[in-house]
Ligand binder design. Structure first.
Ligand SMILES: [Fe+2]
Length: 249
């Protein structure tokens, strides 16, 4: 079975549509989303409506921020969250559709364990909020503690930086892996990257396809100029949130 794992869409419908087209072209039958459907971008309603069709979706910290009081966000991210909440509460569409989206967000789980594989937004230790960055390979205490909670494999997002952490405390970017990694006996944490706001210097949308024991990183071009101009037109969304799409930062 082929399964697509996507994360951090952040209300970017152009990126999501391009990724879904690529997913269909791969013959993938299931889609799991690891959270952060909303926040930063201009199309929260459209993104939620698509994600509701997936086989699994987890809660991200920005989704939680939109549902409850945002805590620990910088001012630009917080403004985007309040704008998002207002869109979901008062935006166009029927009251029934608005209610359905709120209930969907409100019921998202924080993790999913399937046999030897855990799915989270952040980390095995703190599914919602903890970042595991490539430079954390130099923080052995942190990685040791997190790896102790890894059943065999963990798929995660949250940093928007795709790649694979192995138990020998190495990190491999998709390029270093030639975009492919075979799951083996070694524990691994796989960051699937971000669909809607990549931050590894490559502006293309990122996700992975898992085909039995092979993980393939996919990069997909999308018309980010369109997303960017929508962000420019919404005063509550900082222009920086559009600019960074062009740079992949
Ligand atoms: Fe995110």
């Amino acid at each position: 079975m082929k399964r697509a794992l996507i994360s951090d869409i952040h209300s970017n419908i152009e990126a999501l549509e391009a990724v879904l087209a690529d997913i269909r072209a791969q013959g993938v039958t299931e889609v799991y989303c690891l959270g952060d459907l909303v926040g930063y971008g201009p199309n929260p309603r459209e993104v939620i409506d698509e994600v509701m069709k997936f086989q699994l979706c987890l809660l991200g910290n920005h989704d939680q921020g939109a549902l409850f009081d945002p805590e620990g966000f910088n001012s630009g991210a917080e403004r985007a969250i309040f704008w998002t909440r207002n869109q979901l509460e008062n935006g166009p569409g029927t009251a029934v559709a608005r209610q359905r989206r709120w209930e969907f967000l409100g019921e998202l789980p924080r993790n999913r364990l399937e046999e030897n594989t855990l799915y989270v937004h952040g980390s095995a230790r703190n599914p919602l909020n903890e970042y595991v960055f490539p430079e954390d390979i130099y923080n052995k205490r942190k990685l040791e503690k997190i790896f102790a909670l890894v059943p065999q494999y963990v798929f995660q997002g949250h940093t928007h930086v795709p790649g694979i952490f192995t138990e020998g405390f190495s990190f491999f970017s998709p390029e270093e892996l030639d975009y492919e990694y075979r799951l083996g006996r070694e524990k691994a944490m796989i960051n699937v990257g971000s669909v809607g706001q990549p931050r590894d210097g490559d502006p293309r949308a990122c996700y992975v396809v898992v085909d039995d024991d092979v993980v393939r990183f996919r990069r997909v071009e999308y018309p980010f100029d369109k997303t960017l101009s929508k962000i420019y037109d919404i005063p509550e969304l900082d222009n920086f949130l559009g600019d960074r799409l062009r740079d992949g930062r």
